[in-house]
Design a protein. Structure first.
Length: 181
C-alpha cells in the first residue's frame, strides 16, 4: 500500500490536487466492499489482467471518477491489488496531511469519545507535537477502556488522563515522574 500511495502522491504532485481523487477512490472502495462478486472477480485468477482493467474502468466510469483516479484504479486492477485500495487511501490521506504540516493521528477508544474529550486529545497532541493535528477516531471494544493513539510510527496507550501525561513523555522525552528516595 505504501509503495502505491507514494507513487500516486508523486503523480498528483500536491495535496491540493489529491483531495478530489481521494474522494473518488473512496467511492470506488465503497462499491468494491459492497459487492462480494466484484471482490471475487478482481481478487482471484478468474479474470485476466485485461478483464480486470475493463471491469475497473467500467465501474469508474459509472461512478464518474476523474482521469487521475481512473489511472490509479486501473493500475491497481491490472496488478490484482484492488483489495489494497483501503490501505492506499489511508496512506494517501496521511501523506497529504503531512505535506501540509499536519500530523495525522488515529485515536482508538473502547467507547466513542464525545467532542470535549476529542478536543482535549487534539489540543494535547498539538501542544506535544508542536504542530496541528487531524485525528481519526475509531471505537475498539478490545481496549476495555482507555485510548490507543497512533502518530506515525509511535503508539501510546493508557487512560485519558494517564495517556495525556504518557504521550508527552514518549513524544518529547519529558518526564513527570517524581524522584524516589
Amino acid at each position: 500500500s505504501l509503495r502505491y500511495a507514494k507513487a500516486i502522491f508523486a503523480y498528483f504532485g500536491s495535496a491540493d490536487k489529491l483531495a478530489t481523487p481521494i474522494e473518488e477512490l473512496e467511492k470506488f472502495w465503497g462499491a468494491y466492499q459492497a459487492s462480494t462478486d466484484l471482490q471475487r472477480l478482481l481478487g482471484s485468477g478468474l479474470a485476466s489482467q485485461v478483464q480486470r482493467r475493463q471491469i475497473v474502468e467500467d465501474i469508474a466510469k459509472k461512478l464518474g471518477v476523474s482521469d487521475g483516479a481512473n489511472k490509479t484504479l486501473v493500475v491497481l486492477g491490472e496488478n490484482g491489488r484492488v483489495s489494497s485500495l483501503g490501505g492506499v487511501i489511508s496512506v494517501l490521506k496521511q501523506l497529504s496531511l503531512e505535506s501540509k504540516g499536519v500530523q495525522p493521528l488515529r485515536v482508538e477508544s473502547a467507547i466513542e469519545l464525545k467532542a470535549p474529550d476529542r478536543k482535549k486529545v487534539e489540543e494535547k497532541c498539538k501542544k506535544v507535537l508542536g504542530k496541528p493535528v487531524e485525528a481519526e477516531y475509531v471505537t475498539n471494544a478490545t481496549l476495555y477502556g482507555g485510548l490507543r493513539v497512533n502518530s506515525g510510527s509511535r503508539t501510546v496507550y493508557g487512560s485519558l488522563s494517564g495517556w495525556l501525561t504518557s504521550m508527552e513523555e514518549k513524544f518529547v522525552g519529558a518526564s513527570h515522574a517524581k524522584p524516589t528516595r
